[in-house]
Structure formats: structure tokens, C-alpha cells
Design a protein around this ligand. Structure first.
Ligand code: G2I
Length: 479
């Protein structure tokens, strides 16, 4: 029943139904085996988990979280969707400065504690949002002198992180410290005005000492497009921090998208470039205005972009249901106002390889790019990756190679796996390998001709050896 890795060049791509039948068969087989050993429950849990966002994400080694509003925690539908679908919680407002320290040295943790306690009771992770931010900042803070503000900022970090020490997996230490637009400048917040550029670094150093086990993130919006000045400015700050040993572990991409600010085609490039600085990346406040299959495609693309970056550790959507979204009229979330799963939900599940993928969205390349060469009417191509199947010890990947605006006669790209992963089979391409065996260069088998805009794909099997990270694609080169 359990097939062995193939060394042929035959594609094996059962449809969704076929895949889930295979998964069920494997689960049944494995359950029987484990039943003999008396450990059935773990596997039963795994089988049902894959039909939820958190379960499917966990199979990809990621968390899938949501922001929650404390005021909605009495609503049973809200709570049952929360508990069923998500394994990480961010307080939408309850851990912000105005909620926790409304007046000087008077801390009120009661609402935030309710959220933290719920996460703990459900075995969910907790993201901390946010310690130092110009918004939702009480007016008493904005009138402090420089020295007062410095000690107040550090005191706030120490008290809040102390309260949730050991519970928060990642803290947004500093939020939204850069201007929008083309300046790449720091935002003119009270922290910036009084403490200068150094406030960000100081906040991170204080945070590291306050809870050495929490991941420390810089979090911002409009940092998705690699070509934007704000993205570059944040990138340069993170690179500087890493080079000088300033403690920073992660960058949060809020990912509030709409038609004026769509998911950029170079989103994967942005996430990968930040990850290459040696930080984790997280999608922290995802919501996308729209509806139907176009919204679903965008959610799918964002999810694929995260999966394609091994250091993209998880996704958080900014709310459970459209009806309580901060921009409800944009219907930007995965569940509608009656807690029905939307096509957007199916889009995410398709990308995650979950068993509730639906099939309401078309296409396979929802916006992840693996790099481009050239432009205009010169030969160029792009590559996109998706995982197509997964078994207990391995997974299959498919790379789609698409010609740019000119026809091409040949192409090549690289697929890099991380040790101890090994590529054990390939199909529809001619591979060659570097000396480490981790970098596969793939060229067409036979004729590499592609008409402008058209695509082909090749596939491969990765033996996970315990590492389920997605492979990395290099640039696509065309002639
Ligand atoms: O603006 C969207 C998000 C951008 N990134 C940082 C996030 O922290 C931010 O979240 C939103 C919340 O979703 C809103 O719920 O932040 C807003 C404030 O900047 C939140 O709105 C506030 C309202 O402005 C208040 O009037 C209201 O009392 O929510 C409060 C609680 O409902």
C-alpha cells in the first residue's frame, strides 16, 4: 500500500480525491500498526487535524493563527471556529500600550490575561502585539521628556514581557516605525522625536533581557513589495542590526491587502531576502479585501509564498470572521459573517495541502515568484513552486516554468533542498547536481520551447528525513 520513492520519470499526481484517499489509506494502515503498539490516539489526531487551517499548516511545519477581540470571547460560534481552526492567537487590541498601561505605572492585565489563558488552555501559541508603537499610545506618554520617555519605554517592555514570560512565542517589539511613500524615513513618532533612531535598537535590547526565550520581531505594513522604499528601509535596518549583533529574530509582514495595494508579484522574493539576513519571517495580520475566486487566489498565493520560504514560520489572519474585521465592509477574512468557510479558506487549504481544499479556485501559481530574468520582449521566465503530495517520510513538489512576454527555446532553474533532505526522484526534466547534492539544476527534457506566457512543469520527490521545509527556487534563466 505504501509506495516507495520512484526513480522513474513518470509523474504521479493523483487528483485531490485520489490524494485524500491515499492519505486515508495510509492513516488506516498506520493506525492499525499503531493499534498493535497501543498508541492510536496520536494518529487519529493527525488525521482530523489536516482538515483545519492549523492542522494543515502544522503538516507544513507552520502555525496558523488569528487575531482575536476579547469582547467576542463570549460568542460560542466565534470560539468554536477559533478553537477548531487556529493554533496561535494574537490579541487584536488587548496587549497594546493603551490597554495595558492606561496611566503611568498602572498596569491592567486582566483582558490580556483572559486571552493568554485561553491560548494556554487550548494549547495554542500566543503572539505578542505590540510593545512600542506610536498608535494606541496614551496621551500621558506623548508628553514625557526624553529621559522619562526612555525609562518609561523600557519599563513598559519589562513589565509586559515579564507578565507573559514563557508564554509568548514572538513579540512585535516595535511596530510601524517607518514612513510610507518614497522617503524610506523613520516615522516621526514621539519615540523617534525624543530618542532618535536608537529607540528601536534600545527596545530590542531591553526586550531580549526581559524574555530571552521569546522571538523578537519588527512588524510593519506596506513592506511586501521588494521594490518599495519602505521595504528597503526596513531591510537595511534589519541587516544593520544583524551585522552589529542587535538582537532581532524575526520580521512581521502585516499583509493588509486590497485592490490599491495588491499582493505583489515579488512577494516571495521579499520574504526570502529578509529570511536570508538570518531572521524568521512571519505573516502577522493577513487580510485581503475582496470576495470569491480572486480573493481566494490571493490568499493562496500568500500562503504559497510563505511555504516557499523555509524561515517563514507561520501565518496569522487579522480576525476570525468578516463581521468583526477592522475593515468589515471589505470582507477580507476566511470566514463570512455566519462563520461559513469562504473560497478564500479553500484557497489557503489548497496551498497548505489540507484535506478540505474545496477546489473553488483555479490555477496553481497564485503569485509566488522565484525570480525573473530580463523583461520586455527578451527571453525571460519565472518559476513557481507548490507541494503536490505528502506522505509520512516524503513529499512531492511541482515547479511551473512560465515564459515571459517573449517565446523561449530553452530554460533552466535550480531547486535547493536543505540537509538532511534528499531529492530521490524527478520527472519531466533533466536534472544535474552540485557536489553537495542539495542543489539541483533542472533543464528541459528534450525541447525547451515555450510560447510567450505559456508554461510547463517538472516534479520531484524530496525525502524529508525529518525536515519538511519547502525547497528554494533559484532564478529562472531563459534563452
Ligand atoms: O489597523 C489595522 C492594524 C494595523 N497594524 C497594527 C494593528 O494593531 C492594527 O489593528 C487595528 C485593530 O484591528 C483595530 O481594532 O488597530 C486599530 C487601532 O489602530 C483597532 O481599532 C481600534 C479602534 O480605533 C478603537 O476606536 C476601538 O476602541 O479598535 C478599538 C477596539 O475595538
Amino acid at each position: 500500500m505504501i509506495d516507495t520513492p520512484r526513480t522513474s520519470h513518470e509523474p504521479r499526481t493523483p487528483g485531490r480525491r485520489g490524494r485524500s484517499a491515499l492519505r486515508n489509506a495510509l492513516v488506516v494502515g498506520a493506525t492499525l500498526a499503531l493499534a498493535a503498539a497501543g498508541t492510536v490516539t496520536a494518529l487519529t489526531g493527525t488525521a482530523s487535524a489536516a482538515s483545519t487551517l492549523a492542522g494543515a499548516a502544522a503538516e507544513q511545519g507552520r502555525y496558523f493563527g488569528t487575531a482575536i477581540a476579547a469582547g467576542r470571547m463570549g460568542e460560542s460560534d466565534y470560539m468554536s471556529v477559533l478553537n477548531r481552526e487556529f493554533d496561535s492567537i494574537t490579541a487584536e487590541n488587548a496587549m497594546k500600550w493603551d490597554a495595558l498601561q492606561p496611566s503611568r505605572n498602572s498596569f491592567n492585565f486582566s483582558t490580556a490575561d483572559r486571552i493568554a489563558n485561553h491560548a494556554r488552555s487550548q494549547g495554542m501559541k500566543l503572539r505578542g502585539h505590540t510593545l512600542v508603537w506610536h498608535s494606541q499610545l496614551p496621551s500621558w506618554v506623548t508628553s514625557l521628556s526624553t529621559n522619562d520617555l526612555r525609562s518609561t519605554m523600557n519599563n513598559h517592555i519589562n513589565r509586559v514581557m515579564g507578565q507573559y514570560k514563557g508564554q509568548v512565542h514572538s513579540w512585535d517589539v516595535v511596530n510601524e516605525a517607518f514612513e510610507d511613500g518614497s522617503s524610506g524615513a523613520r516615522r516621526n513618532s514621539v519615540f523617534q522625536q525624543r530618542l532618535g533612531n536608537g529607540f528601536i535598537e534600545e527596545a530590542f535590547r531591553t526586550a531580549r533581557a526581559a524574555d530571552p526565550d521569546a522571538k523578537l520581531c519588527y512588524n510593519d505594513y506596506n513592506t511586501d513589495n521588494w521594490n518599495h522604499a519602505k521595504t528597503q528601509a526596513v531591510y537595511n535596518m534589519v541587516r544593520d542590526f544583524k551585522s552589529r549583533g542587535v538582537p532581532i529574530d524575526c520580521v512581521g509582514f502585516q499583509a493588509h491587502f486590497n485592490s490599491g495595494n495588491p499582493v505583489p508579484s515579488n512577494y516571495h522574493t521579499t520574504l526570502q531576502n529578509f529570511a536570508d539576513l538570518g531572521v524568521d519571517v512571519q505573516i502577522t495580520e493577513l487580510d485581503i479585501a475582496g470576495s470569491g475566486s480572486s480573493q481566494a487566489e490571493q490568499f493562496k498565493g500568500v500562503t504559497q509564498a510563505c511555504l516557499a520560504v523555509s524561515r517563514c514560520t507561520g501565518i496569522t489572519v487579522w480576525g476570525v470572521t468578516d463581521k468583526y474585521s477592522w475593515r468589515s465592509s471589505d470582507t477580507p477574512l476566511l470566514f463570512d459573517g455566519n462563520y461559513n468557510k469562504k473560497p478564500a479558506y479553500q484557497g489557503v487549504m489548497e496551498a497548505l495541502g489540507g484535506s478540505d481544499g474545496g477546489g473553488t479556485t483555479g490555477g496553481t501559481d497564485g503569485g509566488t515568484d522565484g525570480g525573473t530574468t530580463g523583461g520586455g520582449d527578451t527571453a525571460s521566465c519565472t518559476v513557481t513552486y507548490e507541494q503536490t503530495e505528502r506522505w509520512g517520510d516524503r513529499f512531492n513538489g511541482r515547479v511551473t516554468v512560465r515564459a515571459g512576454s517573449a517565446p523561449i527555446t530553452n530554460w533552466s532553474t535550480t531547486v535547493t533542498v536543505s540537509s538532511p533532505q534528499k531529492i530521490s526522484a524527478t520527472w519531466n526534466g533533466t536534472p544535474s547536481w552540485d557536489s553537495s547534492g542539495n542543489v539541483m539544476t533542472m533543464r528541459p527534457s528534450g525541447n525547451g520551447t515555450l510560447a510567450a506566457g505559456s508554461s510547463t512543469s517538472f516534479g520531484f520527490t524530496v525525502m524529508a528525513n525529518g525536515n519538511w521545509n519547502a525547497p528554494r527556487l533559484g532564478s529562472c534563466t531563459a534563452s
